[in-house]
Design a protein around this ligand. Structure first.
Ligand code: ADP
Length: 536
């Protein structure tokens, strides 16, 4: 039997039209490089994004061609988020924290045709310009200075744009692309479709997930060049939520000031951002009056339980989630299921520190290499995933096809434990696990326990080659300003919580832990730094 439903395409064109028609009065606020605030409404946004789409068409962009961006989080980036896909082209957000040579490599690999760049980032563009050949480079005059010769002026393009004639789009057409941040390997390009992006926005906006509603004010701290700021700009526009973009000002004090001034109710970022925010409020507890019930979605790396507990004390609810560039990014988010409402406080925190429950249409499974439970009798294995917003391949990299199983699941490269309630907990990345005497040790568990010590600001646990045990864990620790702790004190702190062979063999105190361009601990660098600790 044939169904009688309309085959209405799931495209961003609908979301753009809807944002202007239904939410014209909602505000979009952006902190500019000079710290002043740019304000306008969804009505202006829809008009300008449509003008940009018309301008891109007039400049000759064709279906499926890439429009790259080199921009901070602000209104013009949001306009491009919709204009490029609605014009039929593909939004490709470039990570401005990468080395210029790496940006050039990615631009060429993606075959980007146009570039839209913040005027304040033109000096960065100049560093890789010679290695690339964009046909048009469009500069956004955020500083209100005249755009330098040789570049198209974003504002002039918009002012002179022809009426936008939306091209017919299929929901499976490409709409965006992002490269993985390359924490453990070379960056790989993932291409999203209108359909995958729309479904991701719908699922992530449900109440138990990010629950972005019309009455929310969203502050996306996660950069718009990192997995589309976790898809949040699309979710916010879909619901007409107010947005407060932080621009380039991502330090704790500026973020807190913005959150108070704009009455932010939901935000999202990596743990290091929230650790900075926590330190700032601990230092001046009375300074910021945040919105009651403020939610901070936290992912990209494990959120330590100590962080979740401490943020609660200041009225900030950390919501742990897990994702990947290949997953658009949401693969799991934490909420307390009704069957768990009788938990003690400590039990509830232990659940909240897990990465969470898969959203509708995402399926997770853990596959143990040997089929045996490697430790503590808990079944654990490589996390595999499938769903409509999970990548089925990489852009022009057929050689990477072994990241998918023969039965069509994506191999995440993470090791996870699934509990009986369906909560997924990441134990480690496969490449970061410590293998000692044939047994596995979770670096993430040790790090989280170390970060619960009052003197510890941050900790990384790495595998160091060992002549007898193959590998042994070593903790690299950053102490809080003015705090003291000896290796013995840290060992005493860990001892009651772990099997003896889990305890790190050494503790190294450092000023800072090296981080990737997206704020994750660079364990590969630490591993090579301490590679000779036990073997000379
Ligand atoms: P990269 O692998 O280069 O860092 P991504 O930015 O796509 O690229 O990061 C995805 C990875 O980040 C995941 O595979 C996982 O290892 C890690 N990750 C993301 N969220 C979490 C989390 N909540 N807890 C632990 N690890 C996480």
């Amino acid at each position: 039997m044939q169904n009688t439903m309309m085959n209405f395409p799931l495209t961003l064109t609908h979301l753009l039209k809807r944002a202007g028609q239904l939410f014209g009065g909602s505000e979009i606020v952006s902190r500019l490089p000079d710290k002043s605030l740019h304000r306008y409404t969804y009505r202006d946004f829809q008009r300008r994004a449509s003008a940009l789409a018309g301008a891109l068409q007039q400049l000759g962009i064709k279906k499926g061609e890439r429009v790259a961006t080199l921009m901070w989080n602000h209104y013009a980036h949001l306009e491009t988020y919709f204009a490029a896909p609605c014009a039929g082209s593909v939004l490709h957000t470039l990570n401005l924290r990468l080395h210029p040579d790496d940006i050039a490599f990615i631009v060429n690999h993606a075959q980007d045709r146009f570039l839209i760049v913040d005027d304040v980032l033109l000096p960065l563009y100049e560093k890789f310009k010679a290695q690339t050949k964009f046909e048009h480079v469009i500069a956004v005059p955020l500083t209100k200075q005249p755009v330098a010769a040789g570049y198209d002026d974003y504002e002039k393009l918009l002012a002179n744009a022809p009426a936008f004639d939306p091209p017919p789009l299929n929901e499976n057409d490409a709409c965006g692309m992002c490269y993985t941040s390359g924490t453990t390997g070379k960056p790989k390009g993932v291409v999203y479709s209108h359909r995958s992006t729309v479904l991701h926005a719908l699922a992530t906006s449900t109440v138990d997930y990010m629950g972005i509603g019309n009455r929310d004010t969203l502050c996306p701290v996660v950069p718009m060049f990192h997995v589309n700021a976790w898809g949040l700009p699309y979710s916010a526009a879909m619901m007409g939520a107010k947005i407060a973009f932080p621009g380039p000002h991502l330090d704790a004090v500026n973020l807190l000031d913005l959150m108070v001034a704009e009455n932010v109710t939901v935000s999202a970022g990596v743990p290091t951002i929230w650790m900075g925010v926590l330190q700032a409020v601990e230092k001046e507890p009375a300074r910021w009056k945040l919105a009651p019930g403020l939610r901070m979605v936290c992912g990209g790396a494990a959120a330590p339980e100590a962080l979740i507990r401490a943020m609660d004390r200041y009225g900030m609810r950390v919501i742990h989630g897990w994702g990947m560039t290949e997953l658009s990014p949401l693969g799991a988010l934490n909420f307390i299921k009704r069957e768990l409402t009788d938990l003690t406080r400590d039990e509830e925190y232990a659940v909240r520190a897990k990465q969470g429950v898969a959203p509708p249409f995402v399926e997770l499974r853990t596959m143990a290499e040997s089929g045996e439970a490697p430790w503590d009798g808990v079944a654990m294995g490589e996390l595999q995933v499938r769903g409509p917003w999970v990548a089925a391949g990489y852009h022009e990299l057929p050689s990477e096809s072994d990241q998918w199983t023969a039965d069509g699941w994506f191999r995440t490269g993470d090791i996870a434990i699934m509990d009986e309630h369906g909560y997924m907990k990441i134990a480690d990345r496969i490449k970061d696990l410590v293998k000692s005497g044939g047994e596995w040790i979770s670096s993430v568990d040790l790090e989280n326990a170390l970060m619960a010590h009052p003197a510890v600001a941050e900790a990384a646990v790495i595998a160091v080659p060992h002549p007898r045990w193959d590998e042994r864990p070593v903790a690299v620790v950053v102490l809080k300003p003015g705090a003291n702790a000896t290796p013995d004190a840290l060992r005493d702190h860990l001892e009651p919580k772990f099997a003896k062979f889990w305890l790190p063999d050494d503790y190294k105190f450092v000023d800072a832990i090296p981080k990737t361009s997206t704020g994750k601990m660079l364990k590969a660098t630490l591993r090579s730094q301490y590679a000779k600790l036990f073997i000379s």
